[in-house]
Design a protein around this ligand. Structure first.
Ligand code: PXP
Length: 236
């Protein structure tokens, strides 16, 4: 069971002041030291957090695996071919959204995606697709030639423990089994946190989890005491 850490929101904090800290690359290296087996970031069309320079710095410094989330556009394909991450994760993108809102519509975009994926793979990049827990969409991921899928756990994550959440969990499980039967590597992510990750890790078909927000939120809290002490010392 591997953890990939999404470091986007270190860049969100940096961009809140258009500053040069916190440096997302440093956060990524510390995440690796702490046991992360991959680093994920999302380069958005509006560059609201991760910037192009971050991608090149990640590529030069990350020792585990660099996974860049991006839309399946020409602009993003050029960036991927320049940076050469280990994995590109294709995600849908809407300018107004706060975070990725759902899985990619693979079944409805097969021709475009097939060509797009083939070009990335020719450059030695593995292609993942972020997909809802939907059997038809997962079959389409295989049909367009993806190497792996990341099942969107947002519906599960947004629900409180109970029957409805159990059904959302069962949907993720059925989708993971289906993906494995098609020969795909199956990952999961979105909205996973310290309270809800337990039942998801019980699904043996899932080999990797992509987690960002909850880890960054917690690191801000667990770091407060040390950061304040350091400033108090300086003021003395
Ligand atoms: N997977 C994908 C495709 C995402 O877009 C995101 C959020 O950027 C994540 C996983 C991580 O989600 P979270 O930040 O809620 O842990």
């Amino acid at each position: 069971m591997r953890l990939s850490v999404n470091v986007d929101h270190f860049a969100t904090i940096r961009e809140a002041r258009r500053s040069d800290e916190p440096e997302p690359v440093l956060a990524a290296l510390l995440a690796e030291l702490a046991g992360a087996e991959g680093i994920v970031c999302h380069i958005r069309g509006d560059r609201r957090h991760i910037k192009d320079r971050d991608l090149f710095l990640f590529r030069q410094s990350i020792k585990t695996k660099l996974n860049i989330e991006m839309a399946a556009t020409e602009e993003m394909k050029r960036i991927a071919l320049d940076v050469k991450p280990d994995v590109v994760s294709l995600v849908p993108e809407r300018d107004e959204e706060l975070t990725t809102e759902g899985g990619l519509d693979v079944a409805g975009n097969q021709e475009h995606l097939k060509d797009h994926i083939r070009e990335l793979q020719k450059a030695g990049i593995k292609v993942s697709i972020f997909v809802d827990p939907d059997i038809n969409q997962i079959t389409a991921c295989r049909d367009v030639g993806a190497n792996l899928i990341e099942i969107n756990t947002a519906k599960y994550s947004d629900l409180k423990p109970g029957e409805e959440r159990d059904e959302a969990l069962a949907e993720v499980k059925r989708s993971a089994v289906h993906g494995r039967q098609l020969g795909l590597e199956v990952h999961a992510g979105h909205g996973l946190d310290y309270k809800n990750v337990g039942p998801i890790v019980e699904i043996p078909e899932l080999t990797e989890f992509s987690i960002g927000f909850s880890i960054i939120a917690r690191s801000a809290i667990v770091g407060v005491e040390k950061a304040v002490r350091e400033m108090v010392e300086l003021l003395k």
